[in-house]
Design a binder for this molecule. Structure first.
Ligand code: E4P
Length: 218
């Protein structure tokens, strides 16, 4: 399973990339706004940190301007994946960019039917938002199960399921159990994955016993 980081905070991406756990990055207009930086500048910097796909989202809503924005964004670096919304214009743009050899991430997916359309439009990634579904008392993980099952039924569909809007480690573990290809994780959730109180107390006990021996390994 690939781990993407869901942020436009370059310092966070740099620090997490050093762990070797980062396979790519996703951004969206809200995350770019939070960074306070120009989109082209911040995407170029992120692309220089990770060789994996870096999603940069269009903001036009009509086909022609959306396609123009997508072509501009993919020109920033070879590893840009253009992110388009799951609308009619977004799917047309997806098909056009995909036919040109550009990676496309279709975002704001909230139904299995939408995910099937994105795959037919040649999406590299489909981004179902589990947290936002949970927020409205709808089971986000059920959607991941449905999409994974549907894509498996049609091996000619090459779209990868990129679980988005992850809010906690259980979303990640359930996604992995279902066989989703990618999870995009806020930096805080990646750090939560590491933590277990038994790891901390076990390590403290080992080190206390080790100190009593008076030895050092080097
Ligand atoms: C990633 O591609 C999405 O934009 C992101 O995961 C949305 O997460 P949120 O629902 O926490 O804003």
């Amino acid at each position: 399973m690939k781990f993407f980081v869901d942020t436009a905070d370059v310092a966070e991406i740099r620090s997490l990339a050093e762990t070797g756990l980062v396979d790519g990055v996703t951004t969206n207009p809200s995350l770019i706004a939070k960074s306070g930086r120009k989109i082209a500048e911040v995407i170029a910097e992120i692309c220089s940190i990770t060789p994996g796909p870096v999603s940069a989202e269009v903001t036009a809503t009509e086909f022609e301007p959306m396609l123009a924005e997508g072509r501009y964004l993919r020109g920033i670096a070879a590893n840009v994946a253009v992110k388009v919304p799951l609308t009619e214009a977004g799917l047309r743009t997806c098909r056009a960019l995909s036919d040109e050899g550009t990676q496309v991430n279709v975002t704001l997916c909230f139904s299995a039917a939408q995910a099937l359309l994105a795959a037919k439009a040649g999406a590299t990634f489909i981004s179902p938002f589990v947290g936002r579904l949970d927020d409205i008392a709808t089971d986000g993980m059920r959607l991941i199960a449905d999409i994974v099952q549907i894509y498996r039924n049609y091996p000619n569909l090459k779209t990868e399921v990129l679980v988005a809007s992850i809010r906690h480690p259980i979303h990640l573990v359930e996604s992995a159990k279902l066989g989703a290809h990618v999870a995009t994780l806020p930096p805080a959730v990646i750090r939560q994955l590491l933590k277990h109180p038994l790891t901390d107390s076990g390590l403290a006990a080992f080190l206390a016993d080790w100190r009593k021996t008076g030895q050092s390994i080097l």
